[in-house]
Design a protein around this ligand. Sequence first.
Ligand code: ADP
Ligand code: MG
Ligand code: MG
Length: 348
Amino acid sequence: VQHVGESTLQELLDHSCTSGSGSGLPQLVQRTVAKQVCLVECIGKGRYGEVWRGRYHDEDVAVKIFSSRDEPSWSRETEIYNMCLLRHENILGYYGSDMTSRHSCTQLWLITHYHPYGSLYDFLQKTTLDYEQMLSLVHSAAAGLSHLHTEIIGNRGKPAIAHRDMKTKNILVKTNMTCCIGDLGLAVIHRQQENVLDLGHNQKVGTKRYMAPELLAETLNPDFFDSFKCVDVYAFGLVVWEVARRSGEYAEEYKPPFYECVSSDPSFEDMKKVVVIDQTRPVIPNRWSSDLLMSQMSKLMKECWAQNPKARLPILRVKKTLFQLLNSWQLQRKEDRNLKIENLEKSV
Ligand code: ADP
Ligand code: MG
Ligand code: MG
């Protein structure tokens, strides 16, 4: 704790690698660091509370400030980061949490890496993508979700975690055009060997627009952890659709899933009608069917958002398929470039 002020946060994290099993700084350091963070600008505001860009010495951090109403989400997110070793390039990096009392108000903070591009949702509003960027964003997001879903046995291991609120607003875009997954306030944990399913105590539910048919039909069996993984994969399919629309030479305008069927704040019943009764899914634009890569993407999303949860792909399969698509796209681009150079040389 003595040298907290002189080290970068990454150095502090690296030092704490061997102590404890959590993802963040050692408990005592978390508080010391929080005290030295100053809030600079508000970058997100909602029903939940606020997210700020803050400074710790000369480093940017993101500070999520929870309203006291949403203490269960703060507790859960803090608990998960502190209990599990979640350091992964495609999971939002965690420094620590803090609870303080200011003017007799409880202040709940969660301090993480700061990503200037913001959420994937924000990013897609402003930007269109080429196919390589599209594949890099969705492949890395799938890699993050796959890391969450996978249980790793051993003392540097982690339990399986289902997110339960997958959507473009909960995925952040890094400056190298890859994603990381954030907002673990609703996550559930499974340790297969000990046969422990930890659902937490958060009474909140996921975002209605992204709810899988079995949630809307209320047929999901919460005793099986796999049910929650299938729910994540359904929502991931919708995320891939949102990204794909913004990709290529003839990108569509940004739209959220089911924009043509429901209003901006759909009710549970609205979503149930669309997703369960009518079994509607996002429309595949015509241009995708005449494009080899985009028809492969369409096939993948459909295999994610299947009506029957058991028919959906495991996220590991989704990740591997996207990796292959990314690799062959990059290879093809390279061959095209070489061919151009060859032709150029011939003509000289
Ligand atoms: P909530 O649980 O209240 O939904 P989130 O963790 O999803 O909170 O954060 C809300 C929004 O704040 C995100 O959609 C994103 O726009 C922004 N945000 C959150 N974390 C970061 C971060 N680390 N860097 C940049 N922007 C962030
Ligand atoms: Mg969120
Ligand atoms: Mg949340």
